[in-house]
Design a protein. Structure first.
Length: 148
């Protein structure tokens, strides 16, 4: 009986110590691996105006845990052949919160077009960037632009 008690104590001690050190039994996220879109993709807004809803993304590790404090860079354009910036995001760059979420407002330019919104992060200075792309449409239609 004494041997069983010692074995159980020896096995459980490292796990108990881990909870005491971190103060949590929640797993720590690994490095960022993916950027997923939560909301805001496919919106239509008026030219030269802010999209109606924020764009929200989630940075996760390989197991799906949100990764906090990741810097995200945003580009807004409307043609692949001319990748000049044709819109802005506020803020830029943005950072993920404690759950791995980041939200920006997108301001489109004066051209009626389908815009792409690219968001990227560099998990480590020596690694490649991770990124994802969304779209939005700028319109001059009274349906989108004359709402009060």
């Amino acid at each position: 009986m004494r041997l069983v008690t010692l074995l159980v104590a020896a096995f459980a001690l490292p796990f108990a110590a881990c909870d005491l050190i971190t103060g949590s039994d929640e797993p720590e996220p690994g490095p960022p691996a993916y950027i997923t879109v939560v909301s805001g993709n496919g919106q239509t807004g008026c030219v030269s105006d802010t999209l109606p809803e924020p764009v929200v993304v989630h940075v996760i590790d390989r197991t799906g845990l949100g990764v906090p404090d990741v810097e995200l860079r945003w580009l807004v354009g409307y043609t692949e052949s001319n990748p000049d910036v044709y819109g802005t995001t506020v803020p830029n760059p943005s950072r993920t919160d404690e759950h791995g979420l980041s939200s920006v407002r997108v301001v489109l330019r004066e051209v009626e077009e389908v815009y792409w919104i690219n968001v990227s992060a560099r998990p480590h200075p020596d690694s490649g960037a991770i990124n994802t792309r969304l779209t939005a449409r700028a319109s001059t239609s009274p349906y989108w632009c004359d709402r009060d």
